[in-house]
Design a binder for this molecule. Structure first.
Ligand SMILES: Nc1ncnc2c1ncn2[C@@H]1O[C@H](COP(=O)(O)OP(=O)(O)OP(=O)(O)O)[C@@H](O)[C@H]1O
Ligand SMILES: [Mg+2]
Length: 214
């Protein structure tokens, strides 16, 4: 799906964080938001995902203005079309790895719910094979990050918004995540990342640079 921001401005308190920012994120491509710390990469990602209200401008989904979606419409948009991997990864520590991927449990969480084959595939692809029954709290930071990616692969949403996908990963796992994101995009999915990582930037199809508003 095509997701766009057109001339959006965001103020947080008295500070202008985004000023008339426009970006088009196309299906089949990895779009990277780059720029100095504090320039608004995370904010723009949140705006595209309708997680943060904007003061001016519009957000479009396949050419349709979705800026003023109400709570119900936003929830539907998230459920149907979007996977987020935000900076806290959204991992539920007290649940198993499997539950964190499928969000489904059975028999009071003792058995694995959801589609088992797809679950195992997504764990395999993210280097978490055999870990499905472990508690998520046992995972390291980088493993949690890959778990969040496994969840996104399992969900197979049209749009994947990822804040700093390769932060806190070693070189091998950085490449693993970069290749997975590219592969995800190649299946006509829209992948948008914010990043400082040179390898991630080099692997992206479209680079969008953010500057401090003047
Ligand atoms: N909830 C908030 N309250 C106050 N200020 C905020 C909030 N969220 C973001 N900001 C401000 O907005 C600006 C942009 O922040 P943002 O997180 O989008 O930057 P970034 O480009 O993602 O930076 P980094 O590379 O460090 O992640 C910063 O100056 C930040 O202080
Ligand atoms: Mg950020």
């Amino acid at each position: 799906m095509l997701i766009e921001a057109r001339n959006i401005s965001v103020k947080i308190g008295t500070r202008t964080v985004l000023k008339e920012e426009s970006v088009t994120c196309k299906p089949g491509m990895v779009t990277a938001f780059i720029g100095p710390s504090g320039a608004g990469k995370t904010t723009l990602l949140h705006c595209l995902g309708l997680l943060l209200p904007i003061d001016k401008g519009s957000i479009y989904l396949n050419g349709m203005d979705i800026t003023n979606y109400n709570t119900f419409q936003r929830r539907q948009f998230w459920q149907k079309h979007v996977s987020f991997i935000l900076q806290d990864y959204g991992i539920m520590d007290e649940e198993s790895v499997a539950f964190n991927v499928t969000m489904k449990s059975s028999l009071f969480g003792k058995r694995i719910g959801g589609n088992k084959e797809r679950l195992l595939q997504s764990l395999d692809q993210t280097g978490l094979k055999g870990r499905e029954s472990e508690l998520a709290s046992y995972l390291s930071g980088g493993e949690k990050q890959r778990l969040a990616l496994a969840r996104a692969i399992y969900k197979d949403a049209n749009i994947l918004l990822v804040d700093e996908p390769t932060a806190s990963l070693d070189k091998d796992n950085r490449q693993l995540v970069i290749q997975l994101l590219k592969k995800f995009a190649r299946r006509d999915r829209t992948v948008v990342v914010s990043t400082h990582d040179a390898e991630m930037i080099a692997a992206s199809d479209v680079i969008h640079e953010l500057k401090f508003p003047t």
